[in-house]
Design a protein around this ligand. Structure first.
Ligand SMILES: NC(=O)c1ccc[n+]([C@@H]2O[C@H](COP(=O)([O-])OP(=O)(O)OC[C@H]3O[C@@H](n4cnc5c(N)ncnc54)[C@H](OP(=O)(O)O)[C@@H]3O)[C@@H](O)[C@H]2O)c1
Length: 386
């Protein structure tokens, strides 16, 4: 599919609105296969969904979406859409699905669902004989303990109470339990599945473009340049995952029929190497101040809560073992490329580069402000002069 055909596919309005995202989502490295395979994407118009849709279109799949037609309705206007509310009790939403889709066979179904394990269960009960390969976006939060490094896919998962009997009951559980429940349900209902246990997704998009809390602090801070404060934890490891790399792997698993559970993230990476990628992506800092952690804490810059990617505990938190995915064909693109996309997304959302970190008008705190940073650097310089 060439660019013109794709723009036609998603509709003119969408093309104008998300021109930059499309550039960011150009998957030229993907092998093009024209196999007429059908993929049903449950969701598709939120955070990672659009990347999945674009990737499967590029991969030669016939794409259908299933959602309520509420979120980002300008996206993929010309793709077939099954309108369905999966949050309706007793499968009422699924039962309303147009008859023309009832007997259809989907080579691939990708479920981006997070909210209700019962919704996963209902869908599989209703459609499991119509699915060739089911993919589910899960999370490393399914592991019971993060108390050691290099947790593999066969480590114990969160112990589960009784399976929720209704959508509402399922929603009462915390995120990690809902993901664990959903996985458990998948394993009991279907054989041909792939589960992606993702870790801290990063993308051109932000999870909620209207919420400052979801903006990527470090890429934006380096993009702004000047004198930058850094916690002196150069060899502290960090880990997350680039959405594009993960989605390429979903396509790969679909094409190769690769089944099972996979931890999905980049290799544990020293913070200083991440900083090096930030510099390469922006060429911005005039000076970096590596400041002692205790001093930062004394001045209110609390690890993780205020300073992202500085999380000394628990031991396993940035150390998940991703070898199984790598052996199955997962390739994480360079962090520099991921960071550049994050910055492009920020520039698109904040063309005036006027985001204000620190305390927000509603009392929430997102990292720290430029003024706070200046003040702490000044104090640190003074301290070290004496
Ligand atoms: N690890 C991380 O950092 C991280 C970050 C973000 C997301 N995630 C995970 O990634 C997964 C994907 O989330 P996403 O938002 O990016 O997915 P998405 O597929 O891009 O967006 C969610 C989709 O679900 C649809 N939807 C919402 N409520 C629905 C309902 N009741 N019935 C049917 N469809 C409904 C929405 O459309 P309508 O509103 O129109 O129905 C939307 O298209 C989630 O499982 C989440 O846990 C992980």
């Amino acid at each position: 599919m060439n660019k013109r055909q794709f723009i036609k596919t998603i509709g003119t309005t969408a093309a104008l609105t998300i021109l930059n995202p499309l550039t960011a989502l150009s998957f030229s490295e993907q092998p093009k296969i024209s196999n007429d395979k059908k993929v049903l994407i449950l969701g598709g118009r939120g955070f990672i969904g659009p990347t999945i849709v674009k990737s499967f279109l590029d991969g030669g799949y016939e794409v259908t979406l299933l959602n309520r037609n509420k979120t980002n309705t300008h996206l993929f206007e010309n793709l077939p859409l099954i309108i369905c509310d999966r949050e309706k009790e007793n499968k009422a939403g699924l039962k309303e699905i147009d008859k023309k889709y009832k007997d259809k066979f989907w080579d691939v179904v990708i479920d981006t669902w997070q909210k209700s394990p019962k919704a996963v269960s209902d869908f599989l009960e209703e459609f499991k004989d119509s699915i060739g390969h089911y993919h589910y976006i899960s999370s490393v939060s399914v592991y019971d303990k993060w108390d050691k490094k290099f947790i593999k896919e066969d480590e114990p998962l969160n112990p589960l109470p009784e399976l929720p009997k209704s959508i509402a009951e399922g929603m009462e559980h915390r995120y990690a339990l809902r993901k664990t429940f959903a996985e458990e349900i998948i394993r009991t209902r279907i054989d041909n599945y792939t589960i992606y246990r993702s870790h801290g997704m990063r993308d051109y998009r932000s999870v909620d473009p209207n919420n400052i809390i979801d903006e990527p602090f470090w890429p934006i801070r380096f993009y702004r340049g000047g004198e930058i404060l850094l916690p002196d934890v150069k060899n502290h490891h960090i880990q997350a995952v680039d959405v594009r790399s993960m989605v390429s792997f979903i396509l790969h698993c679909s094409n190769k029929k690769t089944f099972g559970e996979f931890n999905i993230a980049f290799q544990p990476t020293p913070f200083k190497d991440y900083v090096s990628s930030l510099i390469h992506a922006t060429q911005k800092p005039t000076r970096m101040h590596w400041i002692d952690g205790e001093f930062l804490i004394e001045n209110g810059l609390i690890p993780y809560k205020i300073v992202p990617f500085w999380k000394p505990h628990p031991e396993g938190s940035y150390y998940f073992n991703v070898q199984k995915a790598i052996e199955a064909g997962f390739v994480h693109r360079p962090l520099v490329d991921m960071i550049k996309d994050q910055i492009e997304g920020y520039k698109h959302r904040y063309p005036k580069n006027d985001i204000k970190f620190g305390e927000q008008p509603d009392g929430r705190v997102k990292c720290y402000s430029l003024d706070q940073e200046k003040e702490i650097i000044k104090k640190w310089k003074l301290k070290n002069r004496n």
